[in-house]
Design a protein. Structure first.
Lengths: 115, 111
């Protein structure tokens, strides 16, 4: 159990467009989901924490108007990169924490390339 | 300054050999320490998780140790296989909410 999926696994978009990434907990309910960004050969950096039914909490330096997060159900959170620029190209990983639990389960990641 | 430092940054070993990865941390307070394996282009997968009172935890050919007094941990890979080629990330939690990630050690296993 505790499987987290992400869709799409990779996406290429043009500069100025928006792209949505989905994170789903397949076999458990997740009150809290986390969004990370990882640049090549670097650590995962937490972008924001999303709680079902409430506004996301963004880490310092992350633009909330650029990275829109919606956690509308206990199994789905979405990250929308608005007006994407080449510097937004990165590997985006979500994780989900089972309701009432502490462990975070990571998704397989989404590779975003902005041309 | 990163509160979780890993060494070496990368290493190459021959198939069948053993290797040990190091993790030093300054995160305080301390709740637990986790080791993850991250294949290229994939999300991290948990290998072990240890709390303050645990000194060692094994998962197959992976054995993690923890010295909470010196704030050091190691991950030992026994009889390495080609599939062990990946990045290994040390993650320390001050609580159940925040995770502090190390930069990872890239392991390459050669035939």
């Amino acid at each position: 159990g505790a499987v987290v999926s992400q869709h799409p696994s990779w996406v290429i978009c043009k500069s100025g467009t928006s792209v949505k990434i989905e994170c789903r907990s397949l076999d458990f309910q997740a009150t809290t989901m986390f969004w990370y960004r990882q640049f090549p050969k670097q650590s995962l950096m937490l972008m924001a924490t999303s709680n079902e039914g409430s506004k996301a909490t963004y880490e310092q330096g992350v633009e909330k108007d650029k990275f829109l997060i919606n956690h509308a159900s206990l199994t789905l959170s979405t990250l929308t990169v608005t007006s994407a620029h080449p510097e937004d190209s990165s590997f985006y990983i979500c994780s989900a924490r089972r309701t009432g639990g502490a462990e975070q389960y990571f998704g397989p990641g989404t590779r975003l390339t902005v041309t | 300054k990163n509160q979780v430092e890993q060494s070496p940054q990368s290493l190459i070993i021959l198939e069948g050999k053993n290797c040990t990865l190091q993790c030093n941390y300054t995160v305080s307070p301390f709740s637990n320490l986790r080791w993850y394996k991250q294949d290229t282009g994939r999300g991290p997968v948990s290998l072990t998780i240890m709390t303050f009172s645990e000194n060692t935890k094994s998962n197959g050919r992976y054995t993690a140790t923890l010295d909470a007094d010196t704030k050091q941990s190691s991950l030992h890979i026994t009889a390495s296989q080609l599939s062990d080629s990946a990045s290994y990330i040390c993650v320390v939690s001050p609580n159940d909410y925040k995770l502090s990630f190390g930069a990872g050690t890239t392991v390459t296993v050669r035939a």
